[in-house]
Design a protein around this ligand. Structure first.
Ligand SMILES: NC(=O)c1ccc[n+]([C@@H]2O[C@H](COP(=O)([O-])OP(=O)(O)OC[C@H]3O[C@@H](n4cnc5c(N)ncnc54)[C@H](OP(=O)(O)O)[C@@H]3O)[C@@H](O)[C@H]2O)c1
Length: 208
């Protein structure tokens, strides 16, 4: 699949590298094309450019940006992701670390409302970058919850999560981003405030 990584920070670089290693065509898209080109030069088989160029290139785009940057990125890309899959891994945080939005609305729903012609799926927001290095805990793959209203996006995210070595779990419609975003906040409380260990992941277990 042709994947654009919008944002060349921590999670963007990690998932771009992992998906390239899995055989996907990856293009990093940055606010500064040279920054994405520099990242691509360090990751075999990837390309770099501006965010508009990366959006035009892809079939699926990972939005790997802070929540406060979404308005600017949305203005820059405009209709460039219409008809394409948009993977939203954003935790909509305030500078205090608490959620900026929630209960009755979510970042996932806002992105799906704004880009209503794109196929938006919420995924990976509750998984720390370190987990992607080794997603197996006690012999079990870390759970990757995802939610979307779009069947194509759900089919794609199941494969893309499996390519990362994760166990994808359907968490329902995009409205359930209201549940997955607090799950990301819970992860941060556990990792940074309570256990002081970032090599933590959620595992869903059942009797299967
Ligand atoms: N790190 C994790 O473990 C993790 C896990 C799950 C979810 N997430 C979510 O993933 C998103 C990115 O997290 P991250 O840790 O990768 O953050 P990061 O290292 O700070 O990278 C964010 C990237 O977003 C881009 N960006 C676009 N507009 C921006 C702006 N106005 N200000 C700052 N950066 C801007 C930048 O790339 P360019 O300079 O190339 O444009 C920047 O490198 C966040 O929403 C976070 O909640 C992170």
């Amino acid at each position: 699949m042709k994947i654009a990584i919008i944002g060349t920070g921590s999670i963007g670089k990690m998932l771009g590298r992992k998906w390239a290693e899995a055989g996907h065509e990856v293009m990093f898209g940055s606010r500064e094309a040279v920054r994405a080109q520099a990242v691509a030069a360090e990751i075999a088989g990837t390309m770099g450019g501006g965010v508009v160029e990366a959006a035009a290139f892809c079939e699926a785009a990972l939005l790997a940006i802070p929540w406060y940057a979404f308005t600017d990125i949305e203005r820059a890309i405009g209709e460039g992701l219409d008809g394409k899959i948009v993977i939203d891994c954003i935790n909509p945080l305030k500078s205090s670390g608490s959620l900026a939005i929630g209960h009755k609305w979510s970042a996932g729903e806002e992105i799906a409302r704004t880009w209503h012609r794109a196929k938006v799926v919420k995924a990976f927001n509750h998984i720390h970058v370190k987990t992607f290095e080794n997603p197996v805990y006690d012999g079990k793959k870390a759970t990757a919850f995802y939610c979307s209203n779009d069947d194509d996006a759900k089919t794609a995210i199941v494969q893309l999560a499996a390519d990362l070595g994760l166990a994808p779990v359907d968490a329902g419609p995009i409205k359930n981003a209201r549940l997955l975003e607090p799950l990301g906040a819970l992860w941060m409380q556990l990792a940074f405030k309570l256990h002081h260990n970032t090599d933590l992941a959620f595992l869903l277990v059942d009797r299967e």
